[in-house]
Each structure stands twice: as C-alpha cells, then as structure tokens.
Design a protein around this ligand. Structure first.
Ligand SMILES: C[S@@+](CC[C@H](N)C(=O)[O-])C[C@H]1O[C@@H](n2cnc3c(N)ncnc32)[C@H](O)[C@@H]1O
Length: 217
C-alpha cells in the first residue's frame, strides 16, 4: 500500500471514533455486544456496597443492567443516541428501568455538571490519539468522596495487528492513565489482566488494562 493510501486508511479509521459511525453501527436490528457484564466490572464491583453509578460508553447497556441488578442506581452515558435507545430498551426488558437513566454525552468533553457518583466506570471507550488520559481525569471529577473509578480498555496486543494505527494509538496500558488522575485518589489496581475473548469467531488471549482508584478526599 502506498503512503498516500495508508493516510487515507488512517483517516477513514479515525472517522470510526466519531459519533456518526457509532450511530450507524447501532442503527440496525442486530445486537452488537453480548449483553453480559464485563469481566473486570464483575471482579471489582461485586464486593462494593451499591450506591449510585455512572457507566460512560455504556453501549447497549450490559454493564448498566448488571449494576442495576446488584442494587445500584445507574446512569448510562454514551455519545450515541441509538446506543442509548437500545440500552434503555434492554433495561426495560430486564425489569430494571426504574433503577436506570440515560445521559447523551461525549466523554472527550465530559463535565460532571455538579453530579457525583459512588462508582464511575467505563469499558472499551477508546477515544483516539491517547485521549483516554484526559477522559480519565474528566471522569474522576464525577466520583464522590469515598467512591471508585474503574477504567478498562484493551492493552496493545498482537491480536489487533490488522487494525489501523489510529486504533493502536487508542489502546493503552493502565499506567498510562495515572497522570490523568487529579489529586485525592488512591490507586488500588493498575495492571493488565489476561482474558480470553472471541474475535471474528476465533478465541484469542487479550489483556484488559485495568485502573481502579478510590477518591479519598
Ligand atoms: C466498544 S463499545 C463498548 C460498549 C460497552 N462499554 C461494552 O463494554 O460492552 C464503545 C462504546 O463507547 C461509545 N463511545 C465511543 N467514544 C465515545 C465518546 N467519546 N463519548 C461517549 N461515548 C463514546 C460508543 O458509542 C460505544 O457504545
């Protein structure tokens, strides 16, 4: 492929991080995600006392529904209106609509607007160009004193070699995010956790970059 073609490929890939691309993905009938809660969410949150939670980049709402079923009152946030509509329908189907509400927001300019939550969580949001560091700082501002922030994403891996360089720049290890945290947070987990996933019909080994921090002040 020529350098020019590479550039186009990357520009196309960069578009995939924008809301209209996600609106399109969520516009059909086909469910995209499993509906099962994410592994690191279950691992870290099962032991916490339920309170209020915010899930940013909630997609079709699998994590929101699981949290609501554990007794949390949950706000699901995403920049895709279609994604949020699907999530709300799934929450209704699961009988937890009364424990959920929805917030259309772009994490890249997220502002807590005076709201705070006992748990702020985000899984596989992957803003482009290393943007997760700033997003981590923005989401941290929404954590109530004594509350937790859980940020999970894909660690760079050979499994993803066929993806564009834009996608690779969107991946991170947990330690990359630490500089984005404001003062007053205690680090509880900063690591890459092994997990098997099915990708295009093939079972592969990946690592979930996992940051868990608690607001102390
Ligand atoms: C890979 S999906 C993950 C969905 C869900 N968290 C899960 O793990 O099943 C990423 C989700 O983040 C949303 N998203 C991506 N970038 C975003 C941004 N900058 N602000 C808000 N939502 C975003 C997309 O619309 C999509 O629903």
């Amino acid at each position: 492929m020529s350098e020019h073609a590479h550039q186009h490929h990357d520009e196309d890939a960069a578009e995939m991080f924008e809301p209209h691309a996600w609106e399109e993905r969520y516009s059909g009938d086909e469910k995209i995600w499993s509906g099962h809660p994410n592994a690191q969410l279950v691992a870290e949150v099962s032991g916490l006392t339920p309170g209020t939670a915010l899930d940013v980049g909630c997609g079709e709402g699998g994590d929101v529904i699981w949290l609501a079923q554990q007794g949390w009152t949950v706000t699901g946030a995403d920049f895709s209106a279609n994604g949020l509509a699907r999530a709300a329908q799934h929450a209704d189907d699961a009988g937890v609509a009364d424990r959920t509400d929805w917030w259309q927001v772009d994490a890249r300019n997220f502002a807590a607007e005076g709201r705070s939550f006992d748990l702020v969580t985000t899984h596989f949001l992957h803003p482009p160009d290393g943007g997760m560091v700033e997003v981590t700082g923005r989401l941290a501002e929404a954590v109530a004193p004594g509350g937790h922030l859980l940020v999970v994403g894909h660690a760079p891996s050979e499994v993803f070699t066929q993806l564009s360089s834009s996608h690779h720049r969107a991946m991170f290890v947990a330690a990359d995010l630490v500089p984005g945290l404001p003062d007053g947070f205690e680090l509880l987990v900063v690591e890459q956790r092994p997990r098997t996933m099915v990708r295009e019909g093939v079972t592969v080994d990946v690592h979930d970059s996992t940051l868990l921090a608690r607001r102390t002040a």
